[in-house]
Design a protein around this ligand. Structure first.
Ligand code: NAD
Ligand code: UDP
Length: 339
């Protein structure tokens, strides 16, 4: 998504040429790297801090010669490296895909709790505005549909997803305690399923799995009966929402859902990708993972009212860009012609 990317609305609403200094923790990840690009495009100076647990240097390789950009390797659960003062801190550091965040559940929990605490202390010391990337997983397997921010959620605190769900819930608690106790200027985005270029082929989430399997002609894995629903937001739309939330002059007072309200079943997503790729891959059923939410769809009334934000990129268009990206990513380059 270099330059003016699909769904990028940043240029339409004014640019930020004041050279603000911004920290993006988790900046080498899928969403983080797109956010770094968008911030640089409007004139900010950006430090991406990342442990490369799931993020990749490749996602930021195009910025190697960018003087306003720096990449720092560090794990947010440990002491933060010495860095200059920041005006704004985005915390996106945390593996987001179930197989990755369950691989070391204690570290996932500590990333959200200890890591967020470290970054909040840093924001407090700097007088920086702080944005936490939270998640629709705080709603668990929701009994309220669509999910509004006022819903407290239905999370299993002891299951295999809890390290992520409860970690993110605890992070929200810390963020709002820093607002109450220290008057820190905070924002919390509850991000719903997001997809797009730069997801890893081995990410394990449904969009990357289905697209890669379809392109490779391998069986497409549907967990359970495929009737569970999700609502998929294109990365550029999500990044635009994150920046609007950070830019808002006054704190919105509580979390804000960011996601695409178009809801579909996993089976419908598989049908769409099958048609778009023309694959002959068959569908294979796999067991539904423990505590897999049955339904998920954001109510984005608050984001519309407070930020004037709504997703712009239709699923078909976003999938087209994602399929094109994975086609390059997973296919080996053509052998060079013999002269
Ligand atoms: P990602 O795994 O691509 O990015 C996470 C980044 O954080 C990676 O670069 C990883 O290396 C880094 N990281 C993980 N633990 C770290 C640690 N302890 N210290 C330093 N860096 C660490 O995932 P993503 O999809 O880009 O998600 C970004 C953020 O958005 C995450 O916080 C995630 O919880 C949140 N989110 C994403 C989605 C989604 O659908 N993509 C949905 C809800 C919330
Ligand atoms: N899923 C699937 N096949 C896959 C990967 C995921 O059917 O290869 C299902 C998964 O069980 C869930 C939905 O797709 O119901 C979304 O899964 P994902 O891991 O993308 O996100 P999350 O469950 O965190 O919303």
């Amino acid at each position: 998504m270099g330059g003016r990317a699909l769904g990028d609305q940043t240029e339409d609403r004014g640019t930020d040429q004041d050279g603000r200094h911004v920290l993006v923790a988790g900046g080498a990840g899928f969403i983080g790297s797109h956010l770094v690009d968008a911030l640089l495009a409007r004139g900010a100076r950006v430090v991406a801090l990342d442990s490369f647990l799931t993020g990749r240097r490749d996602n930021l390789a195009h910025l190697a010669r960018e003087p306003r950009f720096e990449l720092v390797e560090a794990d947010v659960t440990g002491p933060l490296p010495v860095l200059p003062r920041f005006d704004r801190i985005f915390n996106l550091a945390c593996a987001a895909s179930p197989p990755h965040y369950q691989a070391d559940p204690m570290h996932t929990m500590m990333t959200s709790v200890v890591g967020t605490h470290h970054l909040l202390e840093r924001a407090r010391a700097d007088g920086a505005r702080f944005l936490q990337a939270s998640t629709s997983e705080v709603y668990g397997d929701p009994e309220v549909h669509p999910q509004t921010e006022s819903y407290w959620g239905n999370v299993n605190p002891t299951g295999p997803r809890a390290c992520y769900d409860e970690g993110k819930r605890s992070a929200e608690t810390l963020v709002f305690d820093f607002e109450r106790v220290h008057r820190l200027d905070v924002r919390v985005a509850r991000i719903f399923n997001t997809y797009g270029p730069r997801m890893r082929a081995d990410d394990g989430r449904v969009v990357s799995n289905v697209v890669c399997q379809a392109l490779a002609g391998e069986p497409i894995t549907v967990y359970g009966n495929g009737e569970q629903t999700r609502s998929f937001c294109y990365a550029a739309d999500l990044v635009d929402g994150l920046m609007r939330l950070m830019d808002r002059e006054t704190s919105p007072g509580g979390p804000v859902n960011l996601g695409n309200p178009r809801e579909m079943t996993v089976a419908e997503l598989v049908d769409l990708v099958t048609r778009m790729t023309g694959t002959r891959s068959a569908v294979v059923r796999r067991p539904l993972p423990v505590d897999d939410p049955q339904r998920r769809r954001p109510d984005i009334t608050r984001a519309r009212d407070l930020l004037g934000w709504a997703p712009q990129v239709p699923l078909e268009q976003g999938l087209e860009a994602t399929i094109a990206w994975f086609a390059k990513e997973i296919r080996p380059p053509e052998p060079a012609a013999v002269p």
